[in-house]
Design a protein around this ligand. Structure first.
Ligand SMILES: CC(C)(COP(=O)(O)OP(=O)(O)OC[C@H]1O[C@@H](n2cnc3c(N)ncnc32)[C@H](O)[C@@H]1OP(=O)(O)O)[C@@H](O)C(=O)NCCC(=O)NCCS
Length: 164
């Protein structure tokens, strides 16, 4: 299967924080940010695989700074590595003040998506081509995170099944 460069699936999204998305402090809800991260990650992995995708794991979610109602939320999702049927994507979130244009990184997370065939089973995806030094470094780090993630999933999966 022919590989695809990271740039081909990189996804950016922009929204404005509305009062309905905020907590009582006037800041965007963490759950809303996670929803947007899931959407941006899904679109990037959809573009890479050109197949339907489902989220199989979300980890390392960090909320570094709040985003106020009225500010813009910018999301950037990049596939860091494609494995056999799964892809890891890094999503970074930034706030932007619409008047001054000042930007700040507010959240990051790693999400893993699995591509599905027409019967809903995991399907093989194209390899990812890391071109820049930064993409190559993220590509290497993605394998370490995947190993840790699968170890954790095995451990917690077994514990969750106790007593079933
Ligand atoms: C995702 C799903 C199709 C995987 O099915 P499965 O029978 O576990 O399939 P496999 O064991 O073959 O795993 C498929 C891939 O997912 C990866 N995977 C499985 N669990 C994982 C986890 N916790 N973290 C990261 N990757 C994981 C496997 O390593 C494999 O990747 P690879 O082919 O690149 O090596 C199935 O678990 C599912 O449908 N989950 C619900 C998804 C969903 O509905 N998400 C929306 C939110 S609820």
């Amino acid at each position: 299967m022919k590989g695809k460069p990271v740039s081909q699936s990189r996804t950016t999204m922009t929204e404005q924080v509305l009062p309905n998305d905020a907590n009582t402090h006037g800041n965007i809800l963490g759950g809303k940010v996670m929803h947007l991260m899931d959407m941006a990650g899904a679109i990037a992995t959809f573009r890479h695989s050109r197949m339907p995708v489902v989220t199989v794991s979300v980890d390392s979610v960090r909320f570094l700074h709040p985003i106020k109602v009225g500010q813009l939320v910018l999301l950037e999702a990049s596939v860091t590595r494609a494995f056999t049927t799964s892809m890891e994507v890094e999503v970074q979130v930034f706030s932007e003040d619409p008047l001054s244009g000042k930007r700040m990184k507010t959240s990051t997370a790693f999400l893993t998506f699995v591509a599905l065939d027409k019967d809903g089973r995991p399907a093989k995806i194209p390899p990812l081509i890391a071109e820049t030094e930064e993409e190559k470094s993220r590509y290497r780090a993605a394998l370490r995170r995947r190993r840790r993630r699968l170890r954790e999933a095995k451990k917690t999966g077994n514990e969750a099944l106790k007593g079933v």
